[in-house]
Structures are given as C-alpha cells and as structure tokens.
Ligand binder design. Structure first.
Ligand SMILES: [Zn+2]
Length: 345
C-alpha cells in the first residue's frame, strides 16, 4: 500500500548536522535516503522543478521502485514519489544542511525563512525512521512545540460565501502545528469548537487534496486524514503555497480560506497568537450555514414584523452581525484545549 512520509530532516541529524553514529538501522536507512534525495534535488534545482528521476530506491520495505524528486523553491519542502508503489513524502528543514546544494547567493528571503523552518516541533516519532501515521492511539504530542520562535506567520482567515466578507487577521508563531492553528481560528472567529473540523491542503507534489484533522479512532487510514497535531503549519503553508482551507461543522459547512500574507520577525513585548484585524461578527453556531445565515440577516433587516421578531429570537437579543473588535479576541492555550478534547473520549 502506498505510504505517506512527512519528514523533517533535522530530526535525523545531530547537533553537528550529521547522521548520528548510534542511529538504529531502520532510521539510518531512512536518513540516508532523505539526505541523498535532498542532495540530488538541490544539485539541480532548476531541472527538479518539474520533477527528476533521482535514481534512488524507494524506502518502503521490499519495494524496488525508483523515486522521483521535486523542488518547489527554497522555502518549501522537497517532495518525492515512488514510481512503483506510489508512496510519497515531503522533506522539510533541509535548508542549510550538509546536503543542501542550492546556490547560497540565490535563495529569496533566505535568513527570514531559515528561521521559520528551523523551529518545527520537537518530538521523537521520526527517530524511528517510520512514517508518522501510527494511529490516534499513539497521539504523538508528547510536549508542546518549542515555545521559542523568532518569526510569526500573518494569516488572513475569510469565511467563504459571506458578503460582506466575515474575516480575521491573526499572527501565529511559525512553530504552530495544525492543531494549534485550529484553536487559533476558533478563537479568532468566535466559534465554540463544538463540531468537527478539517484542514484541506494541496499536495505539493501532485496538487491533489490532503486532509488534516482528528483521524477517526476506528477506521484509521493515513491516506484520509493526517493527525493535525504532529504536522507544522509551515510544512504546507509556504510562500510558494499560500492558501489552504479549513472547514468547521460539516453540517453547516463553514469553509474558511486561510491565506499566508507574510512571515515576519516577532516583535518584542507582543504575545502570540494575536488578532490584529477583522470584520463582522461570527455567525451563531448551528444556524444552518452561510446561505441560511444570509437569509436570516435579510429577514432581520427587511422582513415583516413577525419575521423580524422571529429572527431576533433565533439570533439572540444582543446579536449584532456587524460587530467585531480584535481586542475582544482571547486565545486559549492549544495544549490545554488538546487535553480537554482528548479527555472527553
Ligand atoms: Zn515504492
């Protein structure tokens, strides 16, 4: 079966940037594969933009397929795919490694992005050299991603099919995982996190959709939903791939478009995440989705007396659809939310 490998090269290297001598054989095999792949792709970045045959054998056990590699620009993960079994993967944090052969004078935004990619989560799952997908039982989030970060991502969150648009602008640490981002979106928008949610990103290799969220306990399938708490936002949201979608409440179907607007150096004295802008109130939970919400607002404004009364009862006497102020947003600790969420099961 095709497997999906999301890897962070730094997790395979010691402080000196080399593959540690005492690494277990399986992890060593993966480390050798990843470093060789980074070397062959970065030696020919121009040619590799459309994908090149690296001549490397697939890392999947017993597969003899040859792997193609692809370069997506200096700030993006390198991707690969096996021609035989269809397994594929991406490699983040390859920049500045011994195997990075890109021209040091070339890269755009070099110093800025080096930092952004240098603070991925610290966890040991990758030390086994195996894919991260070990099922929801082993949840992987042993500790919070490093609280140390030098850059933040400025994101715009817009709720699709709302007019005028309901949107927020937030700044999050570059170390945030998709779980952390989920919590930040909920808090910035004003949702109560009481329905299912899911992120959809484009596979940098194929352009096909990939999903991140809370995988279902029983039918765990790594190809359907990746556990969002082990994947850094910056593995998919890059200056080369600036947008992704976040859906909240599959019944009402609130789709949020997330756009990476900028990566900037954090400011002293500011606590992140923070909300710096936005417009219009969050729709009430369970109001039926964007189209019904729009109709409700229309009736509230232009309906008959009894319609107005009914809408005001449904939306609540204090509901003011045009109201929003960034200073009213408070962000919960994503680690606390994680504990709360999983203790409920
Ligand atoms: Zn293969």
């Amino acid at each position: 079966m095709a497997q999906n490998f999301i890897t962070n090269l730094q997790h395979y290297l010691d402080e000196t940037g080399q593959i540690p001598a005492n690494m277990l054989p399986e992890a060593r095999k993966m480390a050798s594969f990843l470093t060789a792949l980074v070397e062959s792709v970065t030696s020919y970045p121009e040619e590799s933009k459309n994908g090149i045959n690296t001549g490397l054998t697939c890392p999947v056990d017993r597969c003899t397929g040859i792997v193609g590699g692809q370069y997506h620009g200096y700030i993006a993960p390198i991707t690969w795919k096996c021609s035989k079994c269809g397994s594929e993967g991406n490699i983040s944090n390859w920049q500045h490694s011994t195997w990075d052969f890109t021209d040091p004078d070339e890269p755009e935004n070099l110093d800025l992005l080096k930092e952004a990619f240098n603070h991925f989560f610290n966890q040991s799952d990758l030390e086994s050299g195996l894919p991260l997908f070990e099922g929801p039982k082993k949840r992987g989030r042993k500790k919070a991603p490093s609280k140390k970060f030098d850059h933040y991502l400025q994101l715009k969150i817009s709720l699709e099919n709302t007019k005028p648009s309901i949107w927020r602008r937030i700044e999050i640490p570059c170390t945030f995982t998709f779980w952390d981002l989920h919590v930040a979106i909920q808090d910035a928008m004003g949702w109560t996190d009481s329905h299912l949610h899911q992120f959809e990103v484009a596979d940098p290799l194929t352009g096909h959709p990939l999903f991140l969220g809370v995988p279902h306990e029983e039918d765990f399938d790594p190809e359907s939903t990746m556990p969002e708490w082990v994947v850094p936002v910056s593995s998919y949201l890059t200056l080369a791939h600036r947008t992704l979608a976040y859906e909240y409440d599959f019944g009402d179907g609130w789709v949020h478009k997330i756009t990476l607007e900028a990566i900037s150096k954090r400011e002293k004295g500011v606590s992140y995440p923070r909300c710096t802008g936005g417009r219009r109130a969050c729709p009430p939970e369970d109001c039926g989705g964007p189209h019904l919400y729009e109709e409700m607002l229309d009736l509230l404004e232009n309906g008959t007396q009894s319609e107005k009364k009914e809408m005001s009862e449904q939306l609540g006497p204090y509901f003011s659809p045009e109201h929003f102020s960034p200073s009213e947003v408070t962000f919960d600790d994503p680690d606390e939310r994680f504990k709360m969420y999983f203790d409920d099961f």
